[in-house]
Design a protein around this ligand. Sequence first.
Ligand SMILES: [Cu+2]
Length: 386
Amino acid sequence: MFLLLGTNLVMAQAASSNATATDSGDTSAQTAGMWASVGYYTLLFLIVCVVVAVVGKILKVYDLTLQMQGKKGINWNNVMATGFLIFLVAGIIGVYYSFSEQGSMILGPASSVHGKTLDTMFWITFGITFVVFLGTQVLLFTFLFKYKGSDKRKAYYYPHNNTIEKIWTVAPAIVLTILVVFGFLTWRKITNTVDAKGEVASLNVDVTGHQFAWELRYPGKDGKLGKKTVKLVSGTNKLGINYEDKNSFDDLAADTLVLPVNKSVRLNIIAQDVIHSVYMPNFRVQINAVPGLPTYFKFTPTKTTAQMRSDLDQPDFNYHFYCNKICGGGHYNMQKIVLVVSQAEYQNWLANQKPYLSDQLKKELKLAENPLYKQYQLQNSLASNN
Ligand SMILES: [Cu+2]
């Protein structure tokens, strides 16, 4: 009960702090408000405890006086059984309340191809577990009430029954197997969609997390990302790009994750310090960024930002990209806007992005004297002349 109150409290706080942050930004008033509500719920909990204790004591005294007068005392079996029934009804009301109050906070339809499959899996799992939850709770508490202790009835000693043991072992095993196999097939379908079968993703983007920002690197005209090495990381070469790889020369640095709609994207995920996590709820994308262990995620966005805005009737809607690990003091900073646009808009945006290779970096690496770079420049100028 205390946990439930606590969860509600935190949710209410998040909602109210979101509302007031835009209004006034007065954090001290918010903190005071927070402690006032913590105090309020703690007090409420203590009062409920005291009331229960007092009612219990009164009943006990009443019971004792009845017994002293030679009458039949309180039937505690009935009291306990009724208590269980009240608990069941209150619990079901609580479940209904949390669905009706917080159910609307659930994410809208997925905006990616694999997201729809994941959602189907989620709802099937939810449906099965919810029916089992409701069924077991109703049976448990109804039986507790129906077969409460009584003087007229003696408890039946029933130590073992192979048949029902088989049923309650085999039935959950079958259901769990179906769910696990379903999840495995779904995950395989997601990870096999784009390039696992040798088919290259239309777009390959590097996402590097560090305390406390994400760095994005897009491939240039060649469509290939250059190699990188952690040893080369410096003030001017934040990602440690290796310029002995000629694919690096035209790579682009971007501030926003812009993606063309209906094209497969592969995000190469890297962490430079602690574990971060790439989280894009609308696309149902979430995977850890682990130092020393590059991960990746492939997905295909299906709805442009503009489409979502008109569908949801929210002109200021944006997809977001978050860090999903509490990675340190500036963790809240690790978010970006994700723009899903048409192919033409994407090309247009890409043409305006700055190369990762800054003038300063060129000087530092003495690229003017590098034969590989000279050759790259020559090819570029020939290409633009043609
Ligand atoms: Cu982070």
